[in-house]
Design a protein around this ligand. Sequence first.
Ligand code: IMP
Ligand code: MG
Length: 178
Amino acid sequence: MENIKVLITEEEIKRRVCELGAEITKDYAGKSILLIGVLKGAAVFMSDLMRCIDLPVEIDFMVVSSYGSGTKTSGNIKILKDTDVSVEGRDVIIAEDILDTGITLNNLKDLLLKRGAKSLKICTIFNKPARRKSPIEAEYVGFDVPDEFVIGYGLDYDQKYRNLPYLGVLDSSVYGDQ
Ligand code: IMP
Ligand code: MG
């Protein structure tokens, strides 16, 4: 596509997602997992990841928001859709598209632990360590990415580009100097 530079190819992502699934399969041997996806961004990653986990997996979704339509964080989260099942006593893995400032996941992690999750780990396909503002790290990370606004593989700019099968960077002329 025009104005998009490919950072991580479809093939590289596929390979890495299945490595993460294999790691989770090994770490949780004998257990069943509640995989919670943070919509909308994690939808693409989560659907690929769950098919690479060879264990009993139950899935659920949450919608939380910390961003407006621009590219900067507003600093707190709102729960717009909660899980359908209880996390109490469950081994929970949160599937995320990108760990950026960490504000969203830090709040979410606290909440699910307060609700009695037996264990809670974070699995993010992309990680932007340079932008971290909350003291949080993911136990499973697909790729570290540079401090640029990335799109594709679930990630959007103004709700567009989520369907790209690769991770890319938009030419800054598309979104100006936000
Ligand atoms: P955080 O709370 O700053 O860690 O990020 C929360 C959410 O912001 C992520 O789950 C993404 O949905 C979105 N986000 C952060 N960085 C990017 C990016 O580079 N491109 C697209 N969305 C992003
Ligand atoms: Mg997200």
